[in-house]
Design a binder for this molecule. Sequence first.
Ligand code: SAH
Ligand code: SF4
Length: 372
Amino acid sequence: MGDVVNLLDHDLDGLSAYCEGLGEKRFRATQLFRWIHQKGAKDFASMTDLAKSLREKLAGRAEIRGLPVLTEQVSSDGTTKWLFDVGGGNAVETVFIPEDDRGTLCVSSQAGCAVGCRFCSTGHQGFSRNLSTGEILAQLWFAEHRLRERLQLPAGERAITNVVMMGMGEPLQNHQALVPALRAMLDDHGYGISRRRLTVSTSGVVPMIDRLAQDCPVALAVSLHAPTDALRDQLVPLNKKYPLSELLAACHRYLEFAPRDFITFEYCMLDGVNDTLEHARALIELMHHGAGRGLNAKFNLIPFNPFPASGLRRSTASAVQRFAQHLQDQGFVTTVRKTRGDDIDAACGQLAGDVKDRTDVSRRMNRSPIPI
Ligand code: SAH
Ligand code: SF4
């Protein structure tokens, strides 16, 4: 007998194809998919209304294989961080952020990250490997059902209403595994997350932004962090390959597939590096007269979350305020991200997991001072 198939590796179409291979109709696959994702079933025996013949076929051939949980930490504000073992000495992190009107899960897409941004602790760790669709989905599958239990939600009520691909890794460098995972998240038979409540965040992998538009045009967040190529080259090394003009052109193309939408630009606020009024003016110039002209855009300022090896400092509250005010005065909706789960190191860019660097990114990383 061949390898045991992990059913978490499939979106509904994939599961239907698999079931057809076993001689089963699509509606059986839908039933199975609902058991797995809506009810959080871990084994086939519990799927009481699923034909016995199918349950027998699945036994031994397939399984629902989640990720081993290494730790669960709950912050005083309810933010919860899980560390999952993905084998080979690697671990990834997933964070749940409760708010009054929603529950957001921040999901990882890779063990480590090869982009190597200066201000990101995942980037400093280097890259080990892409997660599979099943490993991406397992984070949501586990968290949703764990939270329903903990929060004792009434049947049918969901704990997680929003998903952001903002954990460890660059999701668009793992496009192939990402897309079926997104589809399962969107599926009404799966998690029923609406397209605008599912966000992919990217450091700017231009060709893959176009692919995502074709395959699954969910909400897009772009990690900008700098108004000029000279500075962005220093902060986000991928900028040397895909400079701002190409990145912003890709944003324009993306919105053609998601018309009434907007792009969220994330901007990590680094003291003295990218947070002065000159930087804010240069950013407005880029958005009003440069490659960003006419783009429906919002800004999300993220005060830098420091970690020891970065050698960088968080912007002062007044610098963040001044920067935000300038963007707002020029007509851009601008939010400042609140830091959540401080006491458990669950904030953006603090997700370090535990990664066996296989590419030596951390050694190659440019550690020279950033020209201000
Ligand atoms: N790789 C993707 C998604 C993961 S990072 C990306 O870069 O977009 C999610 C967000 O957190 C990104 O905007 C990233 O730039 C930001 N971030 C990374 N490290 C940070 C830090 N130390 N402090 C604040 N934000 C950080
Ligand atoms: Fe990778 Fe995103 Fe961190 Fe940059 S900010 S190193 S792209 S995870």
